[in-house]
Design a protein around this ligand. Structure first.
Ligand code: SF4
Length: 194
């Protein structure tokens, strides 16, 4: 899977790890943060509740996959300044990087579930509640799916923490049979994380 890892690094991700044999849990304690009082995005797009479906529906979608690529964007921060705009901008950059990666390597015929933090950036404004423009490729929310990013990074042996001098954004692209349809050509799957 090295060619795929190299493509992800060339796209600007700091780290990329192929994971196989995944069993991802969708945890209610993480979904709790998605509520109308706690988040202004709630009810405004297809990747936040209620547009993304219930936690059970999200878990059913995730269970269809047991492999994918974990992508991480890591940036330095000035530990003396709590710059919220900078956090948002870095998250946006991470998601546009993911968008480019999905557009380059996936298509609507592939069985893909992309997850990230900070929302989908395929459209300038989400079409919700009108039908989604890219239902197969849209960037679903890791937190709305109740996925523990720290656990994922630990599984992939990637550094992840909340510290004042660094920020870590992660995305997970789950795939079925991607290795055979991925446009850089077929390659064997591995049963252990690389
Ligand atoms: S692809 Fe467009 S319509 Fe679909 S979730 Fe993303 S922003 Fe919304």
């Amino acid at each position: 899977m090295n060619h795929l890892i190299n493509k992800a690094l060339a796209a600007g991700f700091t780290r990329a790890v192929w994971l196989d044999g995944l069993r991802i849990e969708c945890e209610a304690r993480l979904r709790e943060y998605c509520n109308p009082e706690g988040c202004p995005q709630h009810g405004s797009n297809w990747v936040c509740p209620p547009g993304c479906g219930s936690l059970d529906e999200c878990a059913q979608k995730v269970r269809r996959f047991d492999k994918g690529i974990l992508l991480q964007s890591v940036s330095e921060m000035n530990p003396l300044i709590k710059d919220l705009d900078r956090y948002k901008e870095l998250n946006r950059i991470h998601n546009f990087r993911l968008r480019g990666f999905l557009e380059a390597h996936c298509n609507n015929d592939m069985d893909v579930l992309a997850l990230t933090s900070g929302g989908c950036v395929f459209c300038e404004g989400c079409s919700f509640p009108a039908p989604c423009i890219k239902p197969g490729l849209r960037m679903n929310s890791l937190s709305a799916y109740g996925i523990d990013v720290g656990k994922l990074c630990e599984m992939a042996e990637l550094e992840y923490s909340f510290r004042p001098d660094k920020v870590y954004y992660a995305a997970l692209v789950l795939v079925n049979d991607w290795v055979y349809s991925f446009n850089t050509g077929p390659c064997p799957t591995r049963k252990v994380p690389l």
